[in-house]
Write a protein that binds this ligand. Sequence first.
Ligand code: UD1
Ligand code: CA
Length: 454
Amino acid sequence: MNVVILAAGQGKRMYSDLPKVLHPLAGRPLLAHVIATARSLKPGVICIVYGHGGECVRETIAQPDLVWAKQEPQLGTGHALAQALPHLNPRTPTLVLYGDVPLTRTQTLQALCQAAGKGVALLTVELEDPAGYGRIVRSRGKVRRIVEEKDASAAERALREINTGIMVLPTARLKAWLAGLRNKNAQKEYYLTDVVAAAVADKVPVSSAAPAAAWETLGVNSKLQLAELERAFQHGVADALMQQGVTLADPARIDVRGSLACARDVSIDVNCVFEGEVVLGAGVSVGAHCVLRNVKVAAGTRIEPFCHLEQADIGERCRIGPYARLRPGTTLAEEVHIGNFVEVKASQIAARSKANHLAYVGDTTVGRDVNIGAGTITCNYDGANKHRTIIEDEVFIGSDTQLVAPVRVGRGATLGAGTTLTRDAPEGALTVSRAKQVTITGWKRPVKKNKEQK
Ligand code: UD1
Ligand code: CA
């Protein structure tokens, strides 16, 4: 089969400099959804018809096996398909999709191809309000032609069966049918929809099929419709997660922009966003208002509310947050605790180590059973280069400590509170850098001058 994706239209009603088909739905361009669906049908060719100024569409999508056909100027959907024709295999049928209709299901398209056989098949739906769409004109039950709303008579406008635009066509016939199109219509465009009457005239059978759900054929013309389809998509994701056994506090308040794989007994509170590839192990719980991007979380770990986790690998039975930030390159072994207002970057933390409050751990290797006190900061950046800090097993770091990298803290060492560590701390010993505490007896607190005069 050939698939042609029409994507040259302007998208004026988006009021955006970004081409319409690049607007994201669930974190991916609309067009990328359509391409993924097309791929699921294993076609011989996927040809995308794109418009002028649309080079950035090509560059953004950048999948090497796609065929691109430029349509300039845009003279209508029939003219658009004609640009793709030289790239199509005439011996197999052609499926036409729209780049701004992102949620059509594979099964729906397979059924449409079945319905087509060697002829034409149209994907149609009955709408309460068919305004704006092309209407399917039948006589004695058989499809005769499609009439665009702007060209329709009052009687035709009353028809409620509409053309979704998605159709299967016999490729070998297209050359003649497309060459025969005329633009003598209300929009002065070459309508692809006119090939239906041509097929009927040539006695090529024209059939129709319907999608399982109407939202499968909805297109995006405005930000309003984009938001509606985003919710439809997210509802589908939430349903699938719950069917696998995931507990969602509210299926209307989750956003998955990529893939989310969950083992048994995962629970997710409201307003969490999952981006890229996220994997949650058995029994993991994610608190409200968390963002997880490309994160792996092992079994039994609890993520408290308001965490921001990116490119991190989190071990079993850890406790993260509330208000924790894990940045790229973070690896935590089992039972690590990362508490509120703690930021970890490009660091490996071994089993049972804890940084429970207000700390920055960057470019650091932390051993097991380490305690990192509140206010501890690894000074990893000297203004030009980044340096590593090594903290060995069973170290205890007192509060408000700065570790000026590169520096090593030996196994079992203790750093006194307030230490600014600029040289390695030997293992097993207490290291402290701190001005000596003095008490001045007999010292009097100054009093305000005018008060004294009174
Ligand atoms: C089209 C159909 C109409 C159908 C409706 C469904 C025609 C003549 N009409 O109308 O029957 O009910 O879709 O939404 O086909 N495009 C190009 N090049 C062009 C014009 C359009 O690539 O020159 C692309 C657009 O990017 C879009 C698709 O074709 O993806 C449909 O274009 P649009 O202008 O939305 O079609 P309608 O006029 O709404
Ligand atoms: Ca149009």
